[in-house]
Design a protein around this ligand. Structure first.
Ligand SMILES: C[S@@+](CC[C@H](N)C(=O)[O-])C[C@H]1O[C@@H](n2cnc3c(N)ncnc32)[C@H](O)[C@@H]1O
Length: 214
């Protein structure tokens, strides 16, 4: 489901900063060769992630859900000079492709890819993060939130993707039977009521929940 008219989306893309040639190639590669390419953030959301990373002058970023590395590259583009990004992916088969593109983007010295379940890896990351991007399995969003919040600096930002889940969060039938829809709705309600953060749900692409730690 598209939340905005395709022509308007194209207009927004055409009036936003262009993606790098490496990102364009990775986009093409993912759509040609990898299963479920819709998972990739895409041009507009990628520019948004890059913009936020630069805007908050991030030194340390955590991403949960690397996939082919598109969003990791976008986020890392905005890092400060000596900044670092940790990205976690459970599927080892995606590692080689992602590392190839981190190198092509000349960001391999800034991006550290961890393979495994994010809930096992996060506790071992000895880092205070300025920005966290949650974009992995939807059932665990609330767990990822609790795991990363203590590691986020005051004023740090969390962005969670797909929180409108193609509009299914409005469908009672889906809320009753679909585990992912139920988990995302519970996550949205949890953070909305949580006085440890300020929240803003942006209907960009599939819904982005933005959180600032108080
Ligand atoms: C939506 S895709 C990420 C897309 C990527 N962030 C982008 O925008 O290009 C979600 C990824 O999370 C990974 N994933 C799922 N469960 C995970 C877990 N428990 N820990 C780490 N990664 C996980 C999946 O294998 C998949 O590659």
């Amino acid at each position: 489901m598209e939340f905005i008219d395709k022509n308007l989306n194209d207009y927004a893309e055409n009036h936003s900063q262009e993606a790098s040639d490496v990102l364009k190639e990775l986009h093409r590669y993912t759509y040609a060769k990898v299963l479920t390419p819709r998972m990739l953030s895409g041009h507009l959301q990628g520019r948004f992630l890059s913009f936020i990373s630069q805007f908050i002058q991030a030194n340390n970023i955590l991403e949960i859900g690397t996939y082919t590395g598109y969003s990791a590259i976008c986020l890392a583009e905005g890092l400060e000079k000596d900044g670092q990004l940790h990205t976690i992916e459970i599927n080892k088969e995606l590692q080689e492709q992602a590392l190839t593109y981190f190198e092509k983007a000349q960001l391999n010295n800034k991006i550290h890819m961890h393979i495994g379940h994010a809930l096992d890896i996060i506790p071992n990351l000895d880092c205070t993060f300025d920005l966290v991007f949650i974009d992995a399995d939807k059932e665990n969003y609330a767990h990822y939130y609790e795991a990363v919040l203590p590691k986020l600096r005051k004023g740090g930002v969390i962005i969670a993707d797909n929180v409108l889940w193609s509009g299914k969060v409005l469908d009672q039938n889906q809320l009753d039977k679909d585990i992912e829809t139920k988990a995302l709705d519970a996550f949205n309600k949890k953070v909305h009521q949580d006085n440890r953060v300020q929240n803003l749900l942006l209907p960009v692409r599939d819904g982005l929940m933005l959180l600032i730690k108080n």
